[in-house]
Design a protein around this ligand. Structure first.
Ligand SMILES: Nc1ncnc2c1ncn2[C@@H]1O[C@H](COP(=O)(O)OP(=O)(O)OP(=O)(O)O)[C@@H](O)[C@H]1O
Length: 246
């Protein structure tokens, strides 16, 4: 064992002639909070989808918790402890918050056990009181927490957060940042895709930058904020972590 929780080795993902991820290589250690950033179309969502098994890699290898997972099905990968949040649209609008979260738990639990654990997950993210609310009636900050709770219900070791802070106010983002940090302190590991740079820079200790499918940088927020390639490709010459978004 390398001691890494995740090893992404030379992963390429093609869609026909389009190369969405090109020879991407990096490792993730337990307890890290990593930001995956880059311009629209850079390949962030594709990489998340490859990691959780929605698309197999066209070539390369993904090692999670010491085992090769490239090509496994999403439920097999979720069962092994790697999952991602799904953006708002994927919530069942007519179902209760609790029932939405239970779907996450069914990956590795019986229905009764999943219901019990889903209630715990809702408490853990601070929304136990809205368990019976219809998912279609949620505010943006409530939705963000429901998405995290549903992912937590699969008992992940590594959780990929896909734009959970979109549409939140700075104060609401701050609360999600605190929640993620506290989950990390309990032993979880995170990779975060988020377009709001101030939030990313605050939450993440390390950033990986994609551009046209290629990894162009891997470093601390300070290193990335002054990296010429990243400034040219994404952040722009006038970038400041005080700025909003990109
Ligand atoms: N299922 C698919 N079929 C064909 N092309 C795809 C598919 N999924 C993604 N792509 C293409 O792959 C490239 C990378 O897209 P991807 O969504 O991964 O980028 P992204 O960095 O997540 O962008 P955004 O920030 O806009 O969400 C784009 O050119 C996109 O059009």
């Amino acid at each position: 064992m390398s001691g890494h929780l995740l090893e992404v080795r030379n992963v390429t993902r093609r869609f026909g002639g389009l190369v969405a991820n090109s020879d991407v290589t990096f490792t993730v250690s337990p307890g890290e909070i990593i930001g995956l950033i880059g311009p629209n179309g850079a390949g962030k969502t594709t990489l998340f989808n490859v990691l959780v098994g929605i698309y197999p890699p066209s070539s390369g290898e993904v090692i999670f918790d010491g085992k090769s997972i490239g090509g496994l099905k999403p439920h097999q990968i979720a069962k092994s402890g790697l999952t991602k949040t799904f953006q708002n649209v994927a919530l069942f609008a007519e179902s209760s918050v609790l029932d939405n979260v239970v779907t996450g738990g069914l990956v590795n639990r019986s229905l009764a056990d999943a219901r019990r654990f889903a209630a715990e997950c809702l408490e853990r993210v601070g929304i136990g009181a809205i368990a019976q609310k219809k998912a279609g009636d949620l505010s943006f900050p409530e939705r963000a927490r429901v998405e995290v709770a549903r992912a937590l219900c699969t008992s992940p070791k590594l959780l990929l957060l896909d734009e959970v802070m979109a549409a939140l106010t700075p104060a609401e983002m701050e609360e999600i940042i605190e929640l993620v940090r506290s989950l990390r302190d309990e032993g979880m590991t995170f990779i975060v895709v988020e377009h709001h740079m101030k939030a990313v820079m605050k939450l993440c200790e390390r950033l990986i930058v994609l551009n046209f499918g290629e990894m162009i940088a891997d470093g601390t927020p300070e290193e990335i904020a002054s990296n010429r390639k990243v400034l040219d490709a994404y952040l722009g010459a006038n970038f400041s972590t005080e700025g909003e978004g990109h």
